[in-house]
Each structure stands twice: as structure tokens, then as C-alpha cells.
Design a protein around this ligand. Structure first.
Ligand SMILES: *[C@@H]1O[C@H](CO)[C@@H](O)[C@H](O)[C@H]1NC(C)=O
Ligand SMILES: *[C@@H]1O[C@H](CO)[C@@H](O)[C@H](O)[C@H]1NC(C)=O
Ligand SMILES: *[C@@H]1O[C@H](CO)[C@@H](O)[C@H](O)[C@H]1NC(C)=O
Ligand SMILES: *[C@@H]1O[C@H](CO)[C@@H](O)[C@H](O)[C@H]1NC(C)=O
Ligand SMILES: *[C@@H]1O[C@H](CO)[C@@H](O)[C@H](O)[C@H]1NC(C)=O
Ligand SMILES: *[C@@H]1O[C@H](CO)[C@@H](O)[C@H](O)[C@H]1NC(C)=O
Ligand SMILES: *[C@@H]1O[C@H](CO)[C@@H](O)[C@H](O)[C@H]1NC(C)=O
Length: 892
């Protein structure tokens, strides 16, 4: 009884939080959160090739458009791999480890000899037609070296790298070789200031530190050359853009942040000043990149990665950026796209200044010297006799020196992010452009996460649709580098332990016409018989594809429906499994053509994410049940069950009070375990007082519930009030925190979940975030045999249900009907059931379940919380349950 009581209390608290969440003044941007359509575990990856060696930390990669070789820089080694198959044994290797003396000096500097005191190769690029150039941290004493490409050996004595490469393997860093000159940006040594440098032979230039520091604790993530001289009628110069996050300097009225995302640029022809700004850039300007969801006060200030897509002209260049929140313990990512012309406009706009060094920066409104400070040398200047930056007047250079920051911020192209995603930290990204069968050019993004997944997304009308999420590594690890090659039709991913090569698309995964078009993958089209790769198909005009809507082109008749039959004895429960391959699809069940309502308990049905449960079957429940997948407003039949409810053996006498005595739904059907320990418990929202059979406790309960209910109301009011006050007062910060707390602790693997575990606060908040979709908390309470008798607490663990099944094999499946194979054969796992895991919680805010877990129940490997597995276990234990040995084999 204790257990039942606690669980009742827990459920009450849960509903309390739901109510609180519903009344909470902040919307959570849940509706914006993009769910990947298909989840593929590492065991189901197709065409995946891997490269491992004794080296670790594959952090730099180089693959040129027409190259056959993929160059990879790792810790203590560099590799030249066969780009068409990186796992081929033909890899060439350069061993380049720091010497023992350097390692011991590194140790003396107080560095970690397990991670830092190695030669991490951080830079690897082409130098000239015959040589590459690479730089390594060399145990905190950086070195650079030329590599003979043909033989793949270091061709001369390594040279000093202190001005080109950071000392540490983790410091933000970006560098380019342009016309055999190296442009690099980093905080090279931890004692030095961050710096954007151009190294000799032509004049070495740096950023300025005094009187105005141009960069403040900048963390660089990327750089790009834009050939703006090309086709310029004003004789413009080429420019190099740098992307980073730095400590904020400016004070704005609406919000303040400690760090902001920036873009800075310098002109390639810069020679520095003659007296003022000698050996300094004369063309350095920077401005802020914003990526936010203003209606939620979400400001993504941390730039994690950029990718530059060239356009037909330099003006059409676009920058894609992955942004995160400043709060390190909050996982969230946004993708914003910026156009070069917007950035250029910002650099043409007003400057910022700070009068005295302590204060914040404000817009400069005074006179701007001529020629305009910070511009490149153009024809207009040449006409005035200024053909090099050293001829720029002193007042201009002095202005440049004090005004590196522009006032105008750069907004993303559509004013808002293309993608927002909670619970995912993207680390790297690459973008390609591909023409769809509708003639439109689509941007396809590949994004790596900090826990080893790869997301493929397509941009449709300013929004990203995530086509698939692929688990690249069984052990969660960050994606450190990412490259795509159209020629090799591959995407390459570097991580701490391996390099992975995957095809750009896996159309064969989609087994039906609908599956193929629902995917909205520009690479895939239906040819009448199978989903094929558009690129390899000779006759594009015969293919079906609908990227815009993901719904048109297929005929229902083309879709095969699996037929199964199932016999159930009267009074037994039966689960009709139907696992949808798409996380975006909703299951719809029909019986003899009319929809089965699965929410009403009296209906005798219960709908789950992976099946339909017939509860205590009655004879009139016989018939043909069809599971449909509803996606993009199209209903597609997936599987049909011919269910026969047989009478042959009378069911055991009911031990339970009549189900009908329960209040109308939504209602919980929790029962005391002592009464009927193995009954599957399917809770909907609130425990009703009917749960408690002995009269005496009922009173206690009712009063307890009343009190808690009262508390709940008070709490809600307080929350609403506090929220309101804070919103008025301190908008930005508070709502961010609120939202932070509202993130589900983890839908996916382990790491976060562990961090958040034990934080009741977070967990409850999380629940609330699942509740605000439709205001309802549907729940499945899970009880283990006799578990409640042990006084085990029912604990609400959202996110527990979804775990990385890859980390440990799922427990052996109970001897139950084989799972009907989903259209997607990707996620085959030994039990055939684990494929259900990824989708269970993901669809929680739709119409599914909150799983309740007993806190003390075994080690509860949080692996197996799929509805079907739970039920299977429970059903298995119900002695009077009769299941045909292999019902599906009697399929019609
Ligand atoms: C790379 O691998 C492909 C396919 O395995 C093979 O045909 C090709 O000859 C290899 N190239 C080199 C340079 O080894
Ligand atoms: C790191 O240094 C410690 C001494 O400070 C030493 O005991 C340990 O063996 C070293 N580890 C490696 C991997 O060199
Ligand atoms: C490329 O640079 C290397 C290193 O400076 C030099 O030895 C080599 O001759 C150069 N190759 C060409 C084709 O210029
Ligand atoms: C700049 O112009 C002067 C004369 O106008 C000329 O002598 C000089 O060579 C030019 N310098 C460059 C780098 O073009
Ligand atoms: C290098 O790899 C190891 C694991 O193989 C990881 O623990 C470490 O953080 C990595 N270091 C960097 C700089 O990526
Ligand atoms: C492509 O298919 C269309 C329609 O079936 C047909 O008219 C056309 O001749 C085909 N083209 C080629 C090159 O096979
Ligand atoms: C369903 O099964 C029953 C008995 O096995 C059979 O009589 C009936 O024809 C089947 N119905 C369909 C639609 O297959």
C-alpha cells in the first residue's frame, strides 16, 4: 500500500506540475523543436566505412574536390586514406609524435600528460601543387612542417609553429593558406591575447591590443576567403572572414550577454600602417551575428561552427552557423544563415566606440574620417594616390585603431533560425546544394552532434526538415570534423576514436513509395519499384519526389499491407504491434474501417506508440484491425491484424473490482499491487480515489490529495506570479533559465540523463514540458511483478525510457510474437524490439506516454522501456494469458 500511496502522490505531483506548466506564462518553444524523421542506430547503418588506427583524436581533415585522397590529422600521426573507401588497407601514415624531452617539458608546464602533452595535428592544408602544410601542438610547443604529397612524408625539418598554431589541443582555432600565406586566428598561448595573424613572407600582421583590444577572449570556429575582387567594378580586394565567440563589449538596451557571436574581416591586400598600426591590420572590422528566437527570449550567443557556401557571385556567398546557448549545462542548438551582403552592409554602417576604457561600447555619432576607416584599397583610393594601406592618412588609421566594432548587427537571412533543437548540441556542419526533381536548388545540411550522431536535413522554405539521424558511434563522442564530397558521394566524420565514411544518402532504407516521398530527401526518388538515389539514376524524369510537401505522387495501391492474424482468449489482453519507421508519423487504428478510439478505458483499447492493446478481450472485439501511419496528412495502411477472440477456455475469475467502476477517463487505473500484482497498469492522467480499496486509508488519501491539490494551486499561482514579475523585470535571463529547465533531460543517450539524474527539479520540469502540448499527461505506469509490495517508489523519470540501446545490448526479448518488421529495416537489433526505443519518448508530447519507473527496481537498466517490451514482460507473467506460440506465422 505504501507503494501505491507514494505513486499516487507522485502522479499527483506530476499532474500538479502539468497544471503549473499549463498556467505558466512562458511558452516553451517546443512546437519549434524539429524532430528527425528517421532514427538509425549504428548497427543499422548502410554503406558505412570506418578507419581506426592506434592514433586518436581525428580532428583535422582535408579533401579537395577532385582528390582521391582524404588527409586526416590525428594525435601524433597524419594519414592519407583512399577517399572512395577509407577502410581500405592502403592508408599512408606519417608518424609525428612529440619527443620525450618536449613531453617532459610539457609536464613541467603543468599540462596533462594524458591529453595535452602530445602532438595534436590541428592544421592540414594544401600549400602548393606538390606540398601540404601541417601544424601540430607538439606537446605545448607547436611545430609546422611541409608534407610531400606524392610520397606522403615530411619533406623538410619541421619549423617553428608558435605564431600559427595554438599550444593546446582544445583552444579555438581556425587557419587558411591563401596564396602560400597562412592566415590564422587563435589564442595561441594561454597567456597571450587572441590574435588574427598573417604570417610571413609578406608583412606579418596582427590584431591590436592597445589602447583598444580588438579581440576579447575570442574563441574561433571558422574562417573563409571570399574573392570579392572577382567581378568587382570598384577594384575591391579579396577578404578573409573570421567567425568566433567573444566576450561582449557593447551595452544594449534590451539585453546583456557576457558572450556574443561575431564575424570579423580583413582585406587580403592589407600591408599594415606606416607609423600608426604598423604591422597591424588596417582593415580589421567586426560585428555581431545574432541568432535568436525573440518571442521566447532565446539568444544563441555561442557560435560553434560555420560553413560557407559560395554563390554564383561573391555577393551570393552565405554563411551557415551552428549556435548554442551560453548555459553550458543546457543542450540546445540553432542553425542560422547569413548572407554576405548583410555582413557587408553592417561593415558599411555606423561604428561603436567606448570613451573610457571601463565603460561599455555605444554607437559612435561623431565625424568619420575620409577615406572610410577599415575599407580595403579600392580604385577610388588608388585614384587619390593611396594604392597601399601604408599610405592611409594617420587620422584614418587612428580611427580604425579605436573603432574595430560596428554598431549594426547581422540578422539571419529570414530573421530567425532555420532550425532550433533542444537536447542536441551540434558541433560541426557541412552543407551542399542539390537540385531537386522540381528544379529547385535545395541546401542539404549534415550536422554532427557532441554525442556521435549525424543529422541530415534539408532546407525547405526557410525551415530545416531533419531527414534522418544516424548514430555513428556506439560510444557517445563528439564529432570533431566533418567533410562532404560530391565526387565520392560521401560524408566523412572525424571523432576522438575513428573516421567514418557514409554515403550522402541511403534511399534504399525507404521501402515503400510513401516512405520515399515522406522522407523529403532531395537525393531520393521512387522509380516505381524502389527508392533510388537520384544521382545514380539515368532517367530522372521517371522518378517521384515531393520535397516541398512530402505527400504527393504515390498511389495507395502501391503500398503493400502486411497481413497477420492473432487469436486471443476472452478476457485476455493482446498487443497488436505496429511500429512506425517515421518519428513524425502518428499511428491510426481502424477496426472494420472505423477508427478505434484508444483513450477511453471503457472502449477496451489502449493505443501506444508501438501498438494497440486490447484489454480483456471480448468476443465482439474480433475483427480486422488495421494500423495506419498518418504523416503529412496522408494515411497509409501498414499492417492488418485478423483478430479472433475465442471462448474455448473461460477466463479465471476476476480478482479485481469492476473496471467500469472507475471514473470516466482520463483516469488512472492503478491498482494496489497486492491485489493483482501483474496487471499492466495504464495510467492516463490522474489517480482517482477509487484506487484505494480499504476504506480507512481512503480518508487519509482524500485529505492528502486535497492538501496536495491545494498546494498545487498555490504553487501554480506563485509560479504564474513570479514568472510574470520576472518577465517584466529581467526578461532575457530569466526566461532562458526557465526554458533551460524545461528541456527534457535527455531523449537520447545517457550523458545528460546521468547528469540530471537525481535532480528532482529538472525532472519535474521536464515532465511539465511534455505536458503543455495538449494539456494532457498521458501516462503508462509501469510496475514490476510485486514491485509495489516492496514499497518501491514509483519515480517519474522522463527520458529514461529513451536510452541509447547501443550502449548495451537490450535484454533478451520475452518469448513473444516476433515483431512485425517495420518498413525500415535499419534498426534491426537482436530482439527486434529495440527499434522502438528511439521513438517512444520522442513522440511523448504527441499522444503517448510518460513512463513511470520504480526507483528501486533492480539496476533498471533503463534500456527497455518500450511499451511493447513492458507489456510483453507483464503479459508473460500473467499466467492465464494464452498467446499462440507464434501467432504471426499463421499470417494470411
Ligand atoms: C581506392 O579504393 C577504390 C575502391 O576500393 C579502388 O578502386 C581504388 O583503386 C583505390 N585507390 C587507390 C589510390 O588505392
Ligand atoms: C604522467 O605523469 C605522471 C607523473 O606526473 C606519471 O606517473 C604517469 O605515468 C604519466 N603518464 C603518462 C601516460 O605518461
Ligand atoms: C612547394 O613548396 C615546397 C616547400 O616550400 C617546395 O619545396 C616546392 O618546391 C614547392 N613546389 C612547387 C611546385 O612550387
Ligand atoms: C603606388 O603608386 C605609386 C605612384 O602612384 C607607385 O610608384 C607605386 O609603385 C605604387 N605601389 C604599388 C604597390 O602599386
Ligand atoms: C582525444 O581523444 C580522447 C579519447 O580517445 C578524448 O578523451 C580526448 O578528449 C580527446 N581530445 C581532444 C582534444 O579531442
Ligand atoms: C525517360 O522516361 C520518359 C518517361 O518514361 C521517357 O519518355 C524518356 O524517353 C526516358 N528517357 C530516357 C533517356 O530513357
Ligand atoms: C480471419 O480469421 C478467421 C478465422 O481464422 C477467418 O474465418 C476469416 O476469414 C479471416 N478474415 C480475414 C479478413 O482474413
Amino acid at each position: 500500500m505504501h507503494g501505491a500511496r507514494s505513486s499516487a502522490v507522485q502522479l499527483l505531483l506530476l499532474s500538479c506540475w502539468c497544471a503549473a506548466a499549463a498556467g505558466y506564462p512562458f511558452k516553451t518553444p517546443q512546437d519549434l523543436d524539429v524532430t528527425p524523421r528517421v532514427t538509425v542506430l549504428s548497427s543499422g547503418l548502410q554503406g558505412c566505412r570506418r578507419f581506426h588506427s592506434s592514433a586518436v583524436n581525428y580532428s583535422s581533415m582535408l579533401l579537395e574536390a577532385d582528390s582521391e585522397r582524404l588527409y586526416v590529422g590525428a594525435r601524433g600521426a597524419a594519414f592519407a586514406l583512399n577517399a572512395s573507401d577509407i577502410s581500405a588497407s592502403s592508408a599512408l601514415t606519417i608518424e609525428w609524435e612529440a619527443s620525450h624531452e618536449e613531453k617532459s617539458r610539457c609536464l613541467l608546464k603543468g599540462k596533462d600528460n594524458k591529453t595535452e602533452c602530445f602532438n595534436h595535428i590541428r592544421f592540414l592544408q594544401r600549400f602548393n601543387s606538390t606540398h601540404l602544410y601541417m601544424c601540430g601542438t607538439n606537446a605545448f610547443s607547436p611545430l609546422c612542417a611541409y608534407v610531400d604529397e606524392e610520397r606522403f612524408v615530411i619533406s623538410s625539418q619541421p619549423e617553428e609553429g608558435k605564431d600559427k598554431c595554438p599550444y593546446s589541443p582544445t583552444t579555438g582555432y581556425t587557419a587558411l593558406i591563401i596564396d602560400q600565406q597562412m592566415y590564422s586566428a587563435s589564442q595561441y598561448d594561454f597567456r597571450s591575447f587572441p590574435d588574427i595573424r598573417r604570417n610571413s613572407p609578406s608583412p606579418t600582421l596582427k590584431t591590436e591590443d592597445a589602447p583598444t583590444r580588438w579581440l576579447n577572449e575570442a574563441d574561433f570556429v571558422g574562417s573563409a576567403l571570399v574573392r570579392e575582387s572577382f567581378g568587382s567594378d570598384g577594384g575591391d580586394d579579396d577578404k578573409i572572414y573570421f567567425f568566433f565567440t567573444e566576450k561582449s563589449q557593447e551595452q544594449t538596451t534590451t539585453y546583456s550577454h557576457s558572450r556574443v557571436a561575431r564575424v570579423a574581416r580583413v582585406c587580403k591586400g592589407d600591408r599594415g600602417g606606416l607609423l600608426t598600426l604598423q604591422k597591424r591590420w588596417t582593415s580589421f572590422l567586426k560585428t555581431r551575428l545574432t541568432c535568436s528566437l525573440p518571442e521566447y527570449d532565446f539568444h544563441f550567443n555561442m557560435l560553434r561552427s560555420v560553413f560557407v557556401t559560395p554563390g554564383d557571385t561573391p555577393q551570393d556567398t552565405r554563411f551557415y552557423g551552428i549556435f548554442g546557448l551560453e548555459w553550458k549545462n543546457v543542450k540546445a542548438s540553432a542553425v542560422c544563415r547569413f548572407s554576405l551582403s548583410e555582413v557587408q552592409e553592417a561593415f558599411q554602417g555606423p561604428y561603436m566606440e567606448n570613451q573610457d576604457s571601463g565603460s561599455k561600447w555605444k554607437e559612435y555619432t561623431g565625424k568619420i574620417p575620409n577615406p572610410r576607416p577599415g575599407t580595403c584599397i579600392t580604385d577610388a583610393l588608388r585614384a587619390r594616390g593611396i594604392n597601399v594601406s601604408t599610405s592611409l592618412p594617420d587620422d584614418v588609421l587612428d580611427f580604425v585603431r579605436r573603432h574595430p566594432l560596428m554598431s549594426r548587427q547581422v540578422q539571419p537571412s529570414d530573421g530567425r533560425p532555420l532550425l532550433f533543437r533542444r537536447t542536441t548540441d551540434y558541433t560541426r556542419m557541412a552543407v551542399r546544394v542539390f537540385e531537386g526533381l522540381d528544379g529547385q536548388m535545395y541546401h542539404i545540411l549534415y550536422m554532427g552532434t557532441d554525442d556521435g550522431w549525424l543529422h541530415k536535413a534539408v532546407e525547405v522554405n526557410g525551415k530545416l526538415h531533419i531527414i534522418e539521424e544516424l548514430q555513428l558511434f556506439e560510444d557517445p563522442q563528439p564529432v570533431n570534423s566533418l567533410l562532404i564530397s560530391e565526387k565520392q558521394m560521401s560524408v566523412y566524420v572525424g571523432s576522438p576514436t575513428a573516421v567514418v565514411q557514409l554515403p550522402l544518402s541511403s534511399c534504399r532504407r525507404y521501402t515503400s513509395c510513401y516512405d520515399c516521398i515522406f522522407s523529403r530527401d532531395p537525393d531520393c526518388g521512387w522509380d516505381g519499384a524502389e527508392c533510388v538515389d537520384v544521382m545514380t539514376h539515368s532517367n530522372r524524369s521517371t522518378l517521384i519526389q515531393d520535397i516541398q510537401h512530402g505527400s504527393m505522387g504515390c498511389k495507395q495501391a502501391q503500398n503493400g499491407v502486411a497481413q497477420r492474424s492473432r487469436s486471443v482468449r476472452v478476457g485476455d489482453d493482446a498487443l497488436l504491434q505496429c511500429e512506425l519507421s517515421s518519428n513524425l508519423a502518428t499511428p491510426v487504428w481502424t477496426r472494420e474501417g472505423s477508427e478505434v478510439q484508444g483513450y477511453d478505458l471503457n472502449s477496451g483499447f489502449r493505443r501506444g506508440t508501438d501498438g494497440l492493446l486490447i484489454i480483456e478481450a471480448r468476443q465482439d472485439q474480433s475483427g480486422t484491425y488495421t494500423c495506419h501511419s498518418l504523416e503529412n496528412n496522408v494515411r497509409v495502411a501498414i499492417v492488418s491484424y485478423n483478430v479472433t477472440v475465442r471462448l474455448d477456455l473461460p477466463p479465471p475469475p476476476p480478482v479485481e473490482p469492476d473496471r467500469d467502476s472507475f471514473a470516466t477517463p482520463p483516469v488512472a487505473t492503478e491498482r494496489a499491487a497486492s491485489e493483482r500484482p501483474t496487471l499492466p497498469v495504464v495510467a492516463n492522467v490522474l489517480p482517482s480515489s477509487k484506487l484505494l480499496s480499504p476504506r480507512s486509508t481512503e480518508v487519509v488519501y482524500l485529505s492528502l490529495i486535497t492538501i496536495l491539490g491545494g498546494l498545487c494551486v498555490v504553487l501554480t499561482v506563485v509560479l504564474v506570479y513570479v514568472g510574470f514579475c520576472l518577465r517584466v523585470g529581467q526578461r532575457g535571463k530569466y526566461s532562458l533559465r526557465a526554458a533551460a529547465a524545461a528541456y527534457p533531460t535527455s531523449k537520447r543517450p545517457s550523458k545528460t540523463r546521468k547528469q540530471h539524474r537525481g535532480s528532482a527539479h529538472m525532472e519535474l520540469q521536464t515532465i511539465s514540458s511534455h505536458c503543455n502540448g495538449n494539456g494532457l499527461c498521458n501516462g503508462v505506469a509501469k510496475m514490476h511483478n510485486g514491485g509495489l509490495e516492496d514499497g518501491g517508489l514509483l519515480q517519474i523519470v522522463p527520458g529514461e525510457a529513451y536510452t541509447s540501446p547501443s550502449r548495451e545490448p537490450p535484454p533478451p526479448a520475452p518469448p513473444l510474437p516476433p515483431t512485425p518488421q517495420t518498413p525500415s529495416q535499419e534498426c534491426d537489433f537482436p530482439s527486434g524490439l529495440s527499434a522502438t526505443l528511439p521513438s517512444v519518448l520522442r513522440r511523448m508530447h504527441g499522444n503517448s506516454y510518460v513512463l513511470l519507473r520504480q526507483s528501486d527496481s533492480e539496476n533498471t537498466s533503463p534500456l527497455c522501456h518500450s511499451f511493447s517490451e513492458e507489456l510483453n514482460k507483464i503479459l508473460e507473467k500473467r499466467k492465464h494469458t494464452l498467446l499462440l506460440p507464434r501467432p504471426d506465422e499463421s499470417s494470411v
